[in-house]
Design a protein around this ligand. Structure first.
Ligand SMILES: [Ca+2]
Ligand SMILES: [Ca+2]
Length: 440
């Protein structure tokens, strides 16, 4: 269009530039101008055609543009979206809008672990941030929780260690023989030792001295004293000590009560015979009697004289009646001899048990009695003893109930002699039983 206007102006200039007076002068000049005008007209015509063609093309393009615009969904503005996302296998997806700046979140089912981003954001370019996450089975064993060669087995939300021989615990952390038992001495440094450890084939091997057992974990083991006294208190175990057991680090020892000594076997107790060892303080005139735990100083007295009956001491443990007047029956019926006997017994003896025998003997030159009668005639016993005849000339004092010390029991026995059914004489034995509090 601009070219056309430019050409029109050029034509007018040409025409006005020619004066009328000179036109007549030269017909050739006129001819020349006409040629130019024709050429100009031709040029203009060409310009017009091209201009018209350009307009037509432009109109067509505008019409096509108008058609395309009118056919598109003009109601909604143009928006960018991201492609839809799927929930991961064994997991869930939260969020269903896929426009710019919207977020989608991901989680996994129990027992599974999310690998990848938990959130993806739709970007302006229609692409999600990050990559799609996946839910992976949580490997409980991945941290190698089983120690000492244990085998880890996966479960849902847990694992289990299968321990090799001699190891136990949820992580195979205890040596089977050394898991701390109830009777181990804990929390006392004097009863603990460090184990001796050595590495063999990448594995730590530790051991304890005799009398100690290992406890704790394999990484942090300690040797604890075995309380032998407690171990042997368990049912069915042999008794370790006759009396008391004293636990010591790495071992034990037996102790005995005062008045007893320990024997060579290290466990048995024996009463100290203070009388034999001259460890007593009995005064002159008294006699030392050894008892369990201690001793007694005794000086038995003869029965007091009454009426025409009187006694004389013929030995430290024997009294004899003085001769009776011929006509005194009561004197003849009184015990002819009174003897004293002392027994030391432990507690809880098994019964029945014969403790004492009483016998008669024929004196030289005169016949012995042909019949004997025995009985318990005094003392403080309460049915624990019986007296019975064991043979023609002997009676026995039998313990029929267990005794428990400390206590002193006196039993007075008598033995009556008969000849031809006629009473001859009576003898009394006074037995004093010292019962020790111990059963040994
Ligand atoms: Ca011990
Ligand atoms: Ca003693």
């Amino acid at each position: 269009m601009t070219a056309g206007i430019h050409c029109g102006c050029l034509l007018i200039l040409c025409l006005t530039a020619i004066p009328h007076s000179q036109a007549a002068q030269n017909c050739l000049d006129r001819q020349h101008i006409m040629t130019v005008v024709l050429q100009m007209e031709k040029l203009l015509k060409g310009q017009e055609i091209r201009f018209t063609e350009g307009l037509r093309i432009m109109k067509t393009k505008l019409a096509a543009l108008q058609t395309s615009v009118s056919k598109s969904p003009a109601a909604e503005p143009y928006t960018v979206t991201c492609p839809s996302l799927e929930a991961p296998q064994y997991g869930r997806k939260f969020g269903s809008k896929y426009f710019v700046d919207h977020e989608v979140h991901f989680t996994c089912n129990p027992g599974y672990q999310l690998v990848g981003p938990s959130t993806r954001v739709c970007q302006e370019n229609g692409i999600w941030t990050g990559a799609n996450p996946v839910c992976k089975d949580i490997s409980e064993c991945s941290s190698n929780p089983c120690q000492n060669g244990g085998t880890c087995s996966e479960g849902v939300n847990h694992y289990r260690c299968s321990c090799p021989q001699n190891w136990s615990g949820s992580h195979c952390q205890h040596q089977v023989l050394t898991a701390p038992p109830e009777w181990s001495v804990m929390n006392d440094p004097a009863f603990s030792r460090k184990p001796r450890c050595a590495k063999i084939d990448q594995t730590q091997h530790c051991s304890c001295d005799a009398g100690f057992h290992m406890s704790g974990t394999s990484d942090n083991s300690i040797c604890q004293d075995v309380n032998e006294c407690e171990v042997y208190k368990l049912d069915g175990a042999p008794r370790l000590c006759m009396h008391a057991c004293v636990n010591i680090p790495g071992s034990y020892r037996c102790s005995c009560p005062a008045g007893y000594k320990i024997l060579g076997d290290g466990r048995s107790c024996e009463d100290i015979d203070e009388c034999l060892a001259l460890q007593h303080n009995c005064t002159r005139g008294t006699t030392c009697i050894n008892t369990g735990e201690s001793f007694q100083c005794v000086n038995p007295e003869c029965p007091k004289a009454h009426g025409n009956v009187s006694y004389v001491k013929t030995s430290p443990f024997q009294c004899e009646r003085n001769p009776c007047p011929m006509d005194s029956r009561s004197c003849h019926l009184a015990p002819k001899t009174v003897s004293f006997h002392y027994l030391s017994l432990p507690s809880n003896l098994k019964t029945p048990l014969t403790l004492f025998r009483m016998a008669t003997a024929a004196a030289p030159g005169r016949p012995g009695p042909d019949s004997l009668r025995f009985g318990i005639v005094g003392g403080n016993s309460k049915g624990q003893f019986v007296m019975q005849r064991s043979d023609r000339q002997t009676g026995e004092l039998i313990l029929v109930q267990s005794l428990y010390g400390p206590q002193i029991i006196e039993v007075d026995m008598d033995m009556s002699e008969y000849l031809d059914r006629t009473f001859q004489a009576k003898h009394v034995s006074k037995v004093t039983v010292f019962v020790s509090p111990n059963e040994f």
